[in-house]
Design a protein around this ligand. Structure first.
Ligand code: EPU
Length: 429
């Protein structure tokens, strides 16, 4: 008999969440900023780094690439290059975390070569990198795909005009890759159809502090004038808008009264607007928001690139709408196959059907606790949210997915009245 040990959350549903909870630094901002340390001479300091598996893996990849990665006592990271000869990001690590593809641009720009494992697909759908490669090739990089690796060379990247829009809109990490590469390229690079996400803006802030010349950040047209070198930086990671949205939804579905601290309200406009529309009472402060539950009614949600409703909150909003009155339609425009959580929510008594890139959510009066399995990070978050709202006990298995993007979520939710325990999950075969 083989025993495999994993972890699960055991959630006693139906507890009203009340009190204050603080949002951590954004995973999806931290990862590209960490990769950007390849570009700078000397050690940079990155503050408000969240303690997450993905950040840990990115640290290991960067160590493989010759960077020193030091965790400081105040929770920041100190990172700097010690060996510029390393250019290989191995499959074993890249495959764990697709965000690691953003080392490609910096490696090419600073070390003239890169060998980065192709990340492959995942349960939220295809994760192609054709736009990343198109952008870097336009700047003069020679790129081949060999033995599952992207093998790239460039003696000196050249600035040019690059259109980065794809079938599903702009690309966040593709924009990050080209932006980072362009900072050290010869001449001017113009990125059209650039991603406008706050995480891209946070990266640009780091780069500008380091001496890069960038304009148009936060718009669809970013212009970068190449410079000869970049210096180390002390920078701050923005609060995680997806964690904030998840906590707001958790407050709403438990009919709670929760103040979510350390947020950027301007990063959450679409989410706040949608929550208010469905009947959740949201009061915004300067860097916090108070969420009070109420009677929730159906809505139509379409995920879009920023400033639209983020795809990373689609599963959590689906949990919310599953107990809202009436029939909702949720359409995924960013990852049209990101619906693995539907079957699990239906096991909890939800009534959701998938129709192509949409989900038809018929609201039910309540969800019932069940044993469910997380398939990915945000699906895990949606099941935790559903478990908090449900009657009875929910077991969410494969909780390692959740740990990739939420730091000690069970402890923090327990602090505002949730009943959640992390337990070993031994599967017997
Ligand atoms: N796409 C292409 N070609 C490319 C790149 C992307 O067709 O070369 C498509 C994708 O398949 C998708 C769309 O473009 O349909 C947008 O993908 P994007 O490139 O923007 O995604 P990403 O940069 O790989 C980041 C986040 C994701 C988040 C998306 C969208 C990180 C590490 N990851 O991924 O976060 O869902 O942007 O906002 O920043 C998560 O945190 O759970 C997560 C999956």
């Amino acid at each position: 008999m083989l025993d495999l040990v994993d972890e699960k959350f055991v959630i006693e549903g139906g507890c009203r969440l009340t009190g204050s909870i603080t949002v951590n630094g954004a995973k999806n901002a931290a990862l590209p900023v960490m990769a950007a340390c390849i570009l700078t001479k000397g050690a940079s300091r990155i503050r408000s780094i969240p303690k997450l598996t993905d950040v840990e893996i990115m640290g290991r990849i960067l160590e493989c690439l010759g960077l020193s990665v030091k965790h400081l006592e105040d929770g920041s990271l100190e990172m700097g290059t010690v060996d510029t000869t390393k250019v290989t990001a191995p499959y074993e690590l890249v495959n764990e975390m697709r965000g690691s593809i953003c080392v490609l641009g910096p490696l090419l720009a600073r070390r003239n070569a890169a060998m980065v494992a192709l990340p492959g697909g995942c349960v939220i759908g295809q994760r192609p990198i054709d736009l990343h490669l198109k952008g870097l090739r336009a700047m003069g990089a020679e790129i081949d795909l060999k033995d599952g690796y992207v093998v790239a060379y460039a003696t000196r990247l050249r600035g040019t005009e690059i259109y980065l829009g794809g079938a599903h809109g702009s690309t966040v990490l593709g924009t990050c890759n080209v932006l980072m590469a362009a900072t050290l390229a010869e001449g001017t690079t113009v990125i059209e159809a650039a991603a406008r996400e706050p995480e891209v803006q946070n990266l640009a802030e780091f780069l500008v502090k380091a001496g890069a010349k960038i304009s148009g950040v936060g718009t669809n047209r970013i212009v970068i004038e190449g410079v000869k070198e970049l210096k180390p930086v002390d920078c701050q990671i923005i609060p995680d808008r997806i964690e904030a949205g998840t906590l707001m939804v958790a407050g709403a579905v438990t009919n709670g009264d929760v103040t979510v601290e350390n947020i950027r309200p301007d990063h959450l406009s679409a989410v706040v607007d949608k929550l208010r529309e469905v009947g959740v009472n949201v009061t915004l402060g300067r860097d916090s928001c108070r969420v009070r539950g109420g009677r929730m009614t159906a809505s139509v949600i379409t995920t879009l690139a920023y400033p639209g409703i983020p795809t990373d909150l689609q599963p959590q909003l689906m949990s919310l709408l599953s107990i809202a009155e009436g029939t909702s339609v949720i359409t995924e425009k960013v990852f049209p196959d990101r619906f693995m959580h539907i079957a699990e929510l239906n096991r909890m008594g939800a009534n959701i059907q998938k129709e192509g890139p949409s989900a038809i959510v018929h609201g039910v009066p309540y969800l019932s606790g069940a044993k469910v399995m997380a398939s990915d990070l945000r699906a895990a978050a949606s099941l935790v949210v559903a478990g908090l709202a449900a009657r009875g006990t929910t077991e969410v298995r494969s909780i390692f997915h959740l740990d990739r993007g939420y730091e000690h979520l069970e402890e923090r939710l327990t602090g505002i009245g949730a009943k959640i325990k992390r337990e070993a999950d031994t599967k017997e075969y």
